[in-house]
Design a protein around this ligand. Structure first.
Ligand code: PRP
Length: 210
C-alpha cells in the first residue's frame, strides 16, 4: 500500500494556487480550502496529508523531515540553501530577485555600498562575486522605504509587477535571479517514499506552465 505523504504548503495566496495544482494533479483534499484555523488536513485515499506553514518556514519543515515534500519560493531556497531536493518548477509565484535604487543612483566605490534587504545571504553572495564591499541592512519588510529615506543606497528585493518600485520612484538596476515556486523534497524521505514522491512530482510537472 502507498504510504502517506506529508506535504507542507505555503500559507496565503500563493498556497491556494499551489493547492489548486495538487488538486488538479489528482491529490485533492477539499477541506484544505475551508475557512477556519485548522492547519492539518488529510485525504487517506489520495495518500496525502497537507499542512499550512508560513512560506519562509516550508524549507525548514522539509529539510528536517517533518514534511516529505513542500512548496517553497526559489528566493527562500537561494537565501537559506536548505539541504533538500528541488524536484520541479511549478511555474507559479513568478517574480525576480533584483537590485533596485533611486533613479539618480550613482555607485560611490570609495565606500561600502549600503544594501537594505530581507535576503542578506543573497545580497552578500551577489556582491561578493563582484568583489564589491557592502554593508547589509537587514529589514523585515517595506524595503523600498530604505533608499528613499537615505537608510540605504540600494535594495535587494523581490520584484513581481514592478508596481511598488514604480510608485516609490525606484528602478531595477540589476537582475539577480528568476524566482518561482519549487517542489522540494526531504532527502531521506525521498529514499523511503520514492514511488509516491515521484508520482506526485510527475503529475505536477505536467501542470508546469513554464
Ligand atoms: C514584496 C516585495 C516588494 C513587492 C513587489 O513585498 O518585497 O515590496 O512584494 O511586488 P510588485 O513588484 O508587484 O510591486 P510583500 O508584499 O511581500 O511585503 P513586504 O516585503 O513589504 O513585507
Amino acid at each position: 500500500m502507498a504510504r502517506m505523504l506529508n506535504v507542507a504548503l505555503p500559507k496565503g495566496r500563493l498556497g491556494e494556487t499551489v493547492y489548486g495544482l495538487f488538486e488538479a494533479a489528482g491529490f485533492p483534499c477539499p477541506a484544505v480550502m475551508e475557512p477556519g484555523r485548522k492547519l492539518i488536513f488529510e485525504n487517506a485515499e489520495a495518500g496525502v496529508r497537507y499542512f499550512w506553514v508560513k512560506p519562509s518556514d516550508v524549507a525548514i519543515y522539509v529539510e528536517r523531515g517533518a514534511a516529505d515534500i513542500g512548496v517553497a519560493g526559489k528566493d527562500i531556497l537561494l537565501e537559506y540553501e536548505p539541504d533538500v531536493y528541488e524536484l520541479a518548477d511549478l511555474g507559479v509565484g513568478v517574480c525576480r530577485m533584483a537590485v533596485a535604487a533611486k533613479r539618480d543612483f550613482y555607485d560611490d566605490t570609495r565606500r561600502a555600498l549600503r544594501v537594505a534587504t530581507k535576503f542578506p545571504h543573497i545580497a552578500s553572495r551577489h556582491y561578493a562575486a563582484r568583489g564589491r564591499d557592502i554593508d547589509v541592512i537587514r529589514l523585515g519588510g517595506s524595503i523600498e522605504l530604505a533608499p528613499i529615506l537615505g537608510l540605504s543606497d540600494v535594495i535587494v528585493d523581490i520584484v513581481e509587477t514592478g508596481k511598488t518600485l514604480k510608485e516609490n520612484d525606484l528602478a531595477v538596476i540589476e537582475e539577480i535571479a528568476p524566482v518561482s515556486a519549487r517542489l522540494i523534497a526531504n532527502k531521506s524521505g525521498f529514499k523511503f517514499k520514492t514511488a509516491e514522491i515521484e508520482r506526485i512530482a510527475r503529475q505536477l510537472r505536467k501542470k508546469e506552465t513554464i
